[in-house]
Design a protein around this ligand. Structure first.
Ligand code: NAD
Ligand code: TYD
Length: 339
C-alpha cells in the first residue's frame, strides 16, 4: 500500500506521516509538499532515513509535476492536507488561497481520475459551516449543516469540498471528506493561537487576544485527528463526509489563561487587540456519525493535550525558535504592530 500525503511538511500532515509510519510499518508513505512558509523539513527529519518514506517537493497546483508523480509512483491512497491554512493570511491575500486550496484540489482530483486510485481523501474543516451563536450552546455542526462560509480561507476550503463531491458524482472518483475542528499539538506553526501564545509567553512577550477573547473553538489533539483519517480511508464509505471533533469547547481567553497557568507567567501579558474582520463566533462539532459508523472517539482531553503540547514546545525550542527568528518577524510586525 502506497499513501501519497500532500502537505506532509506542515502541522497536521507532518503528524499524520509520523502516525501512519508508526501504525502501518509496512506502508510506503510519499510526501508531496511545496515547502511554503508553513512547510518545514525539520518536522520530517525523524522519518527522512526510513526506507518506507519518500519526500518530493512539488506544488499541488502544478499539473505537470503532479501528473509525473502519479505516473511514476502509482499511489493507492491520496490524503490531501496541502493548503493555505491561516484565516488572517487569507484576509490579507485571498488569491493565494484560491490557487492552492481550490485549483490545487482540482489538479489532485484530475490526477486521481486519470491514473486511478483506491481512495482520495480531502482534509477539510468545520469552518465550511460558518459559525454558531455564542448563546446557543445546544447547537452543533452536523454533516447536514449548510455550507455558509465567512473568510476567504473557509470559502476556498468549501469550494474544494464541493469539487471533491462533484468528482465523486460525475466522474466516480472514490472520495471521502473529513471536516475537523481546530487542532493543536506538536509541530503547530506559531502563527496559530496555541503555539503563538506558548512562544510569546516563553519569551515574555504580550499575548494578543482578538476582541474580548469570547470566541469559542472546539479543540482536538492532532493525533486524534490523524487516527480518524486513518479510520476513514480504511473503513469509511466512499462519497461520505465525516465530521471530526470531540466536545472540547473553550473560549480563546480560557485557552490563553490555561497556557499562562501551565507556564507560570503573569496574566498581565494578555493584551486585547483589534478583532479579526468577520471573526467566526463559535465552532462546535457533533461527531455522532464517525462515532457510530467507525467507532472513533477522541482519546485526549484538552487538559491532558495542552500539557503534552506545552511540554513538546519546551522540549523542542529549536524547532519553533528557528521559525520565529526568520521571515516570521515581518509577518508578526505586519499583523500585530499597532493592532
Ligand atoms: P499548515 O499550514 O501547517 O500546513 C500546510 C502544508 O501544506 C505546508 O507544509 C505547506 O508547505 C503545504 N502547502 C501549501 N501550499 C501548497 C501547495 N500549493 N502545494 C503543496 N504543498 C503546499 O496547515 P495544517 O494546519 O497542517 O492544515 C492541514 C490541512 O488541514 C489543511 O487542508 C487545513 O485546511 C486542514 N485543517 C486544519 C485544521 C487546523 O486546526 N489546523 C483544522 C481542520 C482542518
Ligand atoms: P487560529 O489559531 O488562527 O484558528 P482559526 O481562526 O482557524 O480558528 O485562531 C483561533 C482563535 O484564536 C480565533 O478565534 C482567533 C483567535 N486568535 C487570537 O485571539 N489571537 C491570535 O493572535 C490568534 C492567532 C488567534
Amino acid at each position: 500500500m502506497k499513501i501519497l500525503v500532500t502537505g506532509g511538511a506542515g502541522f497536521i500532515g507532518g503528524n499524520f506521516v509520523h502516525y501512519m509510519m508508526k501504525e502501518h510499518k509496512e506502508y510506503e508513505i510519499l510526501c508531496v509538499d511545496a515547502l511554503t512558509y508553513a512547510g518545514n523539513m525539520e518536522t520530517l527529519a525523524p522519518v527522512m532515513d526510513n526506507s518506507k518514506f519518500k519526500f518530493v517537493k512539488a506544488d499541488i497546483a502544478d499539473r505537470a509535476a503532479i501528473y509525473k508523480i502519479f505516473q511514476e509512483e502509482k499511489p493507492d491512497i491520496v490524503v490531501n492536507f496541502a493548503a493555505e491554512s491561516h484565516v488572517d493570511r487569507s484576509i490579507e491575500e485571498p488569491e493565494l488561497f484560491l490557487r492552492t486550496n481550490v485549483m490545487g484540489t482540482q489538479v489532485m482530483l484530475d490526477a486521481c481520475r486519470k491514473y486511478g486510485i483506491q481512495r482520495y481523501h480531502q482534509v477539510s474543516t468545520d469552518e465550511v459551516y460558518g459559525d454558531l451563536p455564542l448563546d446557543r450552546t445546544d447547537l452543533f455542526f452536523t454533516e447536514e449543516t449548510p455550507i455558509q462560509t465567512s473568510s476567504p480561507y473557509s470559502a476556498s476550503k468549501a469550494s474544494a469540498d464541493l469539487l471533491v463531491q462533484a468528482y465523486y458524482r460525475t466522474f466516480k472518483v472514490p472520495v471521502t471528506i473529513s471536516r475537523c475542528s481546530n487542532n493543536y499539538g506538536p509541530y503547530h506553526f506559531p502563527e496559530k493561537l496555541i503555539p503563538l501564545m506558548i512562544a510569546n509567553a516563553l519569551n515574555g512577550k504580550s499575548l494578543p487576544v482578538y476582541g474580548r477573547g469570547e470566541n469559542v473553538r472546539d479543540w482536538l489533539y492532532v493525533e486524534d485527528h490523524c487516527r480518524a483519517i486513518d479510520m476513514i480511508v480504511h473503513k469509511g464509505t466512499v462519497g461520505e463526509v465525516y465530521n471530526i471533533g470531540g466536545h472540547n469547547e473553550r473560549t480563546n481567553l480560557e485557552v490563553v489563561k490555561t497556557i499562562i497557568r501551565e507556564l507560570g507567567v503573569s496574566e498581565e501579558l494578555i493584551t486585547y487587540v483589534t478583532d479579526r474582520a468577520g471573526h467566526d463566533l463559535r465552532y462546535a462539532i457533533d461527531p455522532t456519525k464517525i462515532h457510530h459508523e467507525l467507532g472513533w472517539l477522541p482519546t485526549t482531553t484538552f487538559d491532558n493535550g495542552i500539557k503534552k503540547t506545552i511540554t513538546w514546545y519546551l522540549d523542542n525550542r529549536e524547532w519553533w525558535e528557528n521559525i520565529i527568528s526568520g521571515e516570521y518577524q515581518d509577518y508578526y510586525e505586519k499583523m500585530y504592530h499597532n493592532r
